[in-house]
Design a protein around this ligand. Sequence first.
Ligand code: URA
Length: 440
Amino acid sequence: MSGGASAGSPVEDFDAVDLIHTKRDRGELSTAQIDWLVDAYTRGYVGDEQMAAMTMAIFLNGMSRTEIRDLTMAMIASGERMSFDGLGKPTTDKHSTGGVGDKITLPLMPLVAVFGVAVPQLSGRGLGHTGGTLDKLESIPGWRANLSNEEMFAQLRDVGGVICAAGSGLAPADGKLYSLRDITGTVESIPLIASSIMSKKIAEGTGALVLDVKFGSGAFLKDIEESRELARTMVALGQDAGVATSALLTNMNVPLGLAIGNANEVRESVEVLGGGGPADITELTVALAREMLALAGKTDVDVEAALQDGRAMDKWREVIRAQGGDPDAALPVAKETHTVYADRDGVLVQQDALPFGIAAWRLGAGRARKGDPVQHSAGVDLHAKPGDTVTKGQPLFTLSADEPARFPRALESVDGAWRIGDEGDEVLTGGPLIADRVGG
Ligand code: URA
């Protein structure tokens, strides 16, 4: 049993049970107690069963701003801290709290790199209905997600941008804690999400950081006020640590763009880089790029022009090639498709993000357990967005998968998630795409 010093072992500073009692009874943990807890959990002295009780106590009773800062700093101290000081140019990064069809990192990274600001985009893989940037990019033949720190630094210096897997040396306490939260129903907690995200981003060593904090059906936090509180907490953590940080609060009630999956999201991103693609993807990409560049000191830049004149596309091709990928290679296509058609004339008034994310996941685009493979060609392609006029017989969306046996469960998940109404009916989008900005 963990949590008590055994004979002959060094005496521990605290007892995990005392700390759990404190948090269970709505008390506040000291800096020394949090430092000890994170360190003792990382080295295996405090066990998963005790940390599970602690995360549930935090989930239920919250943490003060000081406790959240201490937790973040303790998780940073559990691993290495990178530095891009020797790069000779400013660095700026973006982190999204995750959503359905959220492929923004793909066009955003090269777009920002065009302006001479380096973008170290350390990314993750998808779990559940939210996709992962690395899974999407691995649809490109030859593309490599795992780079050494030296390779990453060299690519940032020579090409100006990189999207790669965050090494296990960054905030290892978070890796352990996140897996535990995932199986104990303690993911959706502001102190735990804020410390998890910000420990990795501060340890990464970026000079500036823009957070895309989602709210709505396809986001971790459904309620905009909760998302605002998360954004404020993370912005304060970043600024306290010397990282220029701001956040946009963005709407995740409706899928972003038209593609949900992996290879189809890469295709859509390439369209945006070519100056086309869905309007919402371009709007969010441009807004985040402006924010990232402004935090890095570049305000007098024409971001849209770089999408229209091919500079962002050229940078994308350079970045993909630098990581072994072939930007001209054909992307995988699924063996089977199933299209759903409009059953009447009218206006598409509802298209709920979460069920469409679940459909893509059930088709094989996402994974149920860490380490599962994903099917790069699986996913959902939408042919209409809320507010569009549709006519009977028009395709509304297409499911793609290698095994047709996956279609019934995917169709089940979107049952009731979309609706055709009449002209003048309320269109249920949950408001504008970009609802607010948080930051100095
Ligand atoms: N992403 C993270 O890295 N951590 C969380 O807790 C939630 C989203």
